[in-house]
Design a protein around this ligand. Structure first.
Ligand SMILES: Cc1ncc(COP(=O)(O)O)c(C=O)c1O
Length: 430
């Protein structure tokens, strides 16, 4: 693991980055040279355990050999075509696989794009077209992206929205459940009814969009009963449900989708991140009649579902649908959860451990139980110095999120957990 180590290459690249790259893009001075499984090596030969996995894009492990082989094979066939111009089989394969990931006993179809935000944008367009309504409801603590519509749907002002508006119109925010902070399912449902009275009549709402496990907002799994209640209310008013599985999908919670844990069947779902096994691709899946409702040419894009990304996605999604992959993801989640629950008993700063399967978050609090962003940052930075990559989340930046590649070994999980605990101790939070 990392010790004090000279970093001439890092220092050089940090200076170059400062000179050439917009400073509006965040990122610590850390330059990757090689990545494999749950490990990263930097340009100065330092080795790191990666518990963030490209913010959830590396569920299959960095440099997954099957994904790389498929991409290499595709490289030798052809690169770009533009699906709206010349169709190709890998795009169709990926749509079929996405439909298999979408729960529900109804006919489904899919559409491919490039990024999570683009998938969300398209799901909103489809929902508005299908219903002839304009209103979109999102939740507190939501994160749906950084484009104009998705930035509007996102809850955190700084850094995502501040001075970057005006916001997109006809977006309404409902109370989001947050049991650790005293906001129950009942409170959230009551908040939705209040919104229907005070802000927008339900007959004008096209869709409600939610993340079954809120990611950037603080690794908040929806309470057990909430999704079903939300879906029922939506159905009563002819409102469509969009489940944003960009971060929580593709095996992250041990199953292809996180909504499976709740027994609900969204009308539309958005996918990205680990769907491409490291290549940029995203998709919308949904009820066939919704996915077909928009006039021809109303959906599309130059690079959406490009062949290389489709080749990677085909392998990545096939792996996710494999029960062995799911079983080992669940076992990894259970192992981490046990370690974290145990640590929470000894470390007072761990206020809450929560998540679904291996999508886990640790909410860090001070002695008064208030959000403690300072200790969170100290733990994240301390871990980095010891060779463990962690990342914070949450509207108050006080949640440590665990998105470890699902191929991590037990020894790697244990080593990472030991570093995490040591960092809490060093941050004086024991
Ligand atoms: C739930 C969710 N939706 C949408 C997005 C946006 O995805 P992208 O950054 O690929 O546009 C993210 C990204 O973190 C996400 O977590």
């Amino acid at each position: 693991m990392t010790t004090i180590h000279p970093t001439p290459n890092t220092d050089r690249l940090a200076a170059e980055r400062d000179q050439w790259v917009s400073s509006s893009v965040i990122g610590r001075p850390f330059f990757v040279e090689k990545a494999e499984g749950a490990k990263l090596w930097d340009v100065d030969g330092r080795e790191f355990l990666d518990f963030v996995g490209g913010i959830g894009t590396a569920n299959h492990g960095h440099s997954n050999p099957d994904i790389i082989a498929a991409v290499k094979e595709q490289l030798d066939e052809y690169l770009h075509q533009c699906f709206s111009l010349h169709s190709y089989e890998p795009y169709i394969d990926v749509c079929r696989l996405l439909c298999q990931c979408h729960p529900g006993d109804f006919e489904k179809k899919a559409f491919l794009a490039n990024s999570g935000a683009e998938a969300v944008e398209n799901a909103i367009k489809i929902a508005r077209y299908a219903t002839g309504r304009e209103g979109i409801i999102c939740l507190d603590n939501a994160f749906h992206g950084r484009t104009l519509m998705t930035m509007t749907l996102t809850a955190k002002v700084k850094p995502y929205k501040y001075a970057l508006g005006p916001a997109a119109p006809e977006v309404y925010r409902a109370t989001g459940p947050y049991p650790f902070r005293g906001i129950s399912s009942d409170d959230a449902i009551e908040g939705l009814h209040r919104l229907f009275k005070n802000q927008i009549d339900p007959s004008k709402v096209a869709a409600i969009i939610y993340e079954p496990v809120q990611g950037e907002g603080g690794f908040l799994p929806m309470p057990d009963d909430y999704p079903m209640r939300l879906h029922e209310i939506a159905a009563e008013h002819g409102i469509l449900i969009i489940a944003d599985e960009v971060q929580s999908g593709m095996g992250r919670t041990g199953t292809p989708s996180a909504v499976e844990h709740y027994g609900v069947t969204p009308d539309l779902m958005t996918w990205a991140k680990s769907m491409g096994g490291g290549l940029p691709i995203s998709g919308v899946s949904g009820r066939a009649e919704l996915m077909d409702c928009v006039h021809k040419g109303g959906l599309g894009g130059t690079y959406g579902g490009n062949p290389l990304s489709c080749a990677a996605a085909k392998v990545a999604i096939t792996q996710v649908l494999d029960s062995d992959f799911q079983d080992s993801a669940k076992a990894l989640g259970a192992r981490m959860r046990a370690r974290l629950d145990d640590a929470a008993k000894r470390i007072h700063a761990i206020g809450d451990v929560r998540g679904l399967g291996p999508m886990l978050g640790i909410e860090v609090v001070d002695a008064q139980g208030q959000p403690d962003a300072e200790t969170t940052a100290a733990v994240v930075n301390g871990a980095f110095d010891k060779g463990l990559v962690l990342m914070a989340a949450g509207v108050d930046s006080n949640v440590i999120r665990v998105l470890v590649p699902l191929v991590a070994t037990e020894a790697q999980i244990d080593a990472g957990m030991a570093i995490l605990e040591a960092c809490f101790e060093e941050a004086g939070a024991r």
